[in-house]
Design a protein around this ligand. Structure first.
Ligand SMILES: [Cu+2]
Length: 540
């Protein structure tokens, strides 16, 4: 694992430590505590198998952790960062007794699960349909969680995500399919959370209790973490096929993952299988998205698990593959590219949806009230020129799949001082319903169970700060129909989709789960800045 500011050949894109005033802001009631005295060291994450009907206790509390030589105060579920990985069977239901021992209100959001509305973890002062009362410090809440779909999901708080999630409150959920032939056989399955954290010298860069900051670009970290650790290493055997369940738990950072020298096959995304498996060199994963990759290690030696941006490569981890061949290799099965018959049926079904007029159009807009117009204009121009260079270089602007080199993604914090000072007051992020002009809280959509709603998401290239946004729908699942007018050649059920700056993406959202649900940008600071709205799905 590399420290993000080593070998900063990326010049201005190097994520440098933010050397703030140098004065610690501890002790003030305005900041979350950074004290580590008396806290237990965070443990490594456990894998917990839960059976239908089981109960499980989940407690969030502060813990202490060593990161890159610094001892910092963090938050842990059941004493570990990430929290326990839950392994459950498709169709099962469990009860989670959550207790909040942190120093802020909390909920647990079960990201991607089509569960009952009241257990979705969206906070509201007065609990009503789709909402729950925030769990105060010392309080608890009983969640009933069900798992209708195979795939990989995760859990995290839905209050001050910019702080609580960054501090370690996240955990993986692997839902095992009922059909034993759903996945190809592999030797092992491993779960990896991809994250970063912003250190300021020997401590976590401070957080205000009153409001989030880094609202403009989101809080980029300067240390990368895989499963909460800076040095991820694993051992494998020659001929072994390992399934990687990847979850991006970062506030804003996008990862572009690869393992040079090993063979990698995309087999699934958020909610299970892809339409057709494909061999890949590298793949993007945006905040809150998931990837399911099968990896074959054909020869012995050291392999690097890497995050590649257009400017540089970061080491995420190291895999040592021994010469000792695995007893049963699944190399043959790995070589077969399987198709999902369920998604083939969906493709036929949605042929008419590709060309029809969208039911809803959402624009993604950033506004900087009070920002000097001229400065803004110049910044914007240089920003767009930068994009144009990359597009020329890559030779394309629109592809069926988002790629690392299409030039419309911010990989690092390019304006750290300005970003750090930005708040929801001076940087406003909006989801705008083009039909009504309503923004964020003003939007209220109503659908019926069974509706398949075509939502066009237009990430406006001319707003005050065009950048990518991972758009997330709670409680439902969707298919990506097209990106920039190019039809999606490989369907998968998802709950989050990255929309690059200037990109137009059409989604087909299947309204299958009744209730009042949230949709929002999953950049934590954009959500905190109000980039969200609610929609209702009525029982038929
Ligand atoms: Cu956003």
């Amino acid at each position: 694992m590399q420290h993000a500011d080593h070998h900063s050949s990326a010049t201005m894109h190097g994520a440098e430590h933010h050397h703030m005033s140098g004065v610690r802001e501890d002790g003030g009631a305005d900041s979350f505590s950074r004290a580590t005295q008396g806290l237990a060291a965070a443990a490594t994450s456990e894998i917990v198998g839960l059976r239908d009907g089981d109960g499980f206790a989940l407690t969030a509390r502060p813990g202490r952790k060593q990161i890159d030589g610094a001892t910092v105060r963090m938050l842990a579920y059941n004493g570990s960062i990430p929290g326990p990985t839950l392994r459950v069977a498709q169709g099962s239901q469990v009860t989670v007794n959550f207790t909040n021992q942190t120093d802020l209100e909390a909920t647990v959001h079960w990201h991607g699960l089509r569960l009952d509305n009241e257990f979705d973890g969206v906070p509201h002062g007065h609990p009503h349909h789709g909402m729950q009362r925030p769990v105060p410090t010392g309080g608890s809440f009983r969640y009933r969680v069900r798992f209708p779909d195979p795939g990989v999901y995760w859990y995290h708080p839905h209050i001050r995500e910019d702080y609580a999630q960054e501090m370690g409150l996240y955990g993986a959920i692997v839902v095992e399919p009922n059909d034993p032939a759903y996945w190809a056989p592999v030797n092992r399955e491993l779960t990896f959370t991809l994250d970063d954290i912003l250190l300021d010298g020997d401590d976590v860069a401070p957080y205000s209790r009153a409001e989030s900051n880094h609202t403009a670009m989101g809080r980029f970290g300067n240390v990368l973490l895989v499963n909460g650790e800076t040095a991820c290493s694993l051992a494998a055997r020659c001929g072994e096929v390992v399934r990687f369940y990847l979850i991006n738990t970062a506030n804003v950072r996008i990862f572009n993952v690869r393992i040079p020298g090993a063979r990698m096959k995309l087999v699934g995304r958020d909610h299970g299988r892809v339409e057709r498996e494909e061999f890949v060199e590298e793949l993007l994963i945006a905040p809150s998205e998931r990837l399911i990759l099968d990896v074959l290690f054909e020869r012995s030696g050291e392999f690097i698990f890497e995050h590649r941006t257009p400017q540089r490569a970061y080491r995420l981890g190291t895999i040592q593959v021994s010469e000792w061949a695995v007893e049963r290799s699944y190399a043959l099965e790995f070589g077969a590219l399987r198709h999902s018959s369920d998604l083939a049926v969906e493709r036929e079904r949605l042929a008419a949806d590709f060309d029809r007029v969208p039911d809803k159009t959402l624009a993604l807009v950033g506004e900087m009230p009070g920002m000097d117009h001229m400065d803004h204009h110049m910044d914007h121009m240089s920003h767009m020129n930068h994009h144009a260079d990359h597009m020329d270089h890559a030779g394309h602007g629109a592809t069926a799949e988002n790629s690392a080199d299409d030039g419309r993604i911010e990989w690092e914090d390019t304006m750290p001082e300005m970003n750090e000072m930005s708040t929801p007051q001076n940087m406003v992020w909006k989801l705008i319903d083009r039909a009504t002009g309503g923004a964020n809280h003003d939007i209220w959509w109503t659908f019926k169970v069974g509706d398949r709603v075509k939502v066009r998401v237009v990430n406006e290239p001319d707003s005050d700060h065009p950048m990518q946004h991972p758009i997330h729908f709670h409680g439902q699942r969707f298919l990506v129909l097209s990106r920039d007018g190019v039809g999606n050649a490989n369907l998968a059920w998802k709950d989050t989709e990255l929309v690059a700056a200037g990109q137009t993406t059409d989604l087909l959202v299947e309204m299958s789960n009744p209730g009042i649900w949230m949709s929002h940008c999953h950049i934590a600071e954009h959500l905190e800045g109000g980039m969200m709205f609610s929609f209702e799905v009525e029982e038929d």
